[in-house]
Design a protein around this ligand. Structure first.
Ligand SMILES: C[S@@+](CC[C@H](N)C(=O)[O-])C[C@H]1O[C@@H](n2cnc3c(N)ncnc32)[C@H](O)[C@@H]1O
Length: 275
């Protein structure tokens, strides 16, 4: 494993994530032999806005049944399952964190979706897929971990078929310098790479990807984060929340992500690009 790969694995999967998920689901009284996607939704979509945000991006990208879609940084597979179950896509997820890949496969199997959704554990900078093999490349809250975005976007372009699209959401640098750490994607600056929107747009364009839609989602994201923090202040941390898959400092991360947005240290966007 490279140093980068080790750092990503140590950040997201320092412990047995699958065992942790099963244990918490049992604590919450869920029937492990009869799980539904709704049972997992409080923690299996690891980005601001959760499943609703996935649906918004899917509508933004006009996804339709039968499209072959690659989810880059697929985590424990919540978005991939949503895109297969609700939008009829044929989904492959790729992720660098071995514990997340194992959990993604385990949950997808338990939900009976393994024929529509599969996972590969690999670095998105070196994707093990043939040229032109996907209609859609998709990515939610993963670009922040990737320093060499130009290389990532060249890979995205390579694996998209002519006319294919790249749909993503990400956190970007805001107008105030520096961010409060830890956040969900990094405990230190070594794993956090936030370009300004203009820089990201330049890198996409240099890779031959053309903007078809761009939406600043910062206000929506702040509203979602305030709702999450308010619920924790009122009821305490939930048994089933992001703490299931974030073993360390989850409350500090929730606080810092909100402060960073409120202080304009970060912003968020959803976008669709085409080849
Ligand atoms: C914040 S999580 C988001 C997971 C998922 N997209 C979701 O929304 O539920 C970021 C994910 O990116 C993955 N990741 C980071 N760098 C990566 C890389 N170079 N290649 C593949 N996956 C990567 C991490 O392992 C982690 O699962």
């Amino acid at each position: 494993m490279s140093n980068y790969s080790e750092a990503v694995n140590e950040h997201y999967g320092p412990t047995d994530i699958s065992a942790r998920i099963i244990e918490r689901l049992k604590d919450a009284g869920k029937d492990i032999g009869n799980l539904s996607r709704d049972d997992l939704s409080p923690f299996d979509e690891f980005h601001t806005g959760g499943r609703e945000s996935t649906r918004e991006l899917a509508r933004f990208a006009a996804l339709r049944p039968g499209l072959k879609l690659l989810d880059v940084g697929s985590g424990i597979g919540g978005p991939a399952r949503t895109l297969a179950a609700e939008f009829g896509c044929e989904v492959t997820g790729v992720d660098l964190t071995e514990e997340y890949c194992r959990a993604a496969e385990m949950l997808t199997d338990k939900l009976g979706l393994a024929s529509k959704v599969q996972f590969r554990c690999a670095n998105a900078l070196d994707m093990p897929f043939a040229d032109g093999s996907f209609d859609v490349v998709w990515s939610q809250n993963t670009l922040m971990n990737i320093e060499d975005k130009s290389r990532l976007f060249q890979q995205v372009r390579r694996i998209l078929r002519p006319g294919g699209i790249f749909a993503f959401e990400t956190v970007l640098a805001g107008t105030t310098p520096d961010i409060h750490l830890p956040v969900f994607w990094a405990d230190s600056p070594a794993l956090s790479f936030l370009p300004k929107p203009s820089e990201l747009k330049g890198q996409l364009s240099s890779a031959g990807l053309r903007e078809t839609a761009w939406e600043d989602t910062t206000a929506r994201s702040i509203a979602n984060q305030r709702k999450r923090k308010g619920a924790i202040q009122r009821d305490g941390p939930p048994v089933l929340g992001l703490g299931v898959i974030v073993p360390k400092d989850v409350l500090a991360k929730i606080d810092n992500v909100l402060r960073n947005s409120e202080e304009s240290r970060t912003m968020t966007a959803q976008a669709v690009y085409s080849v």
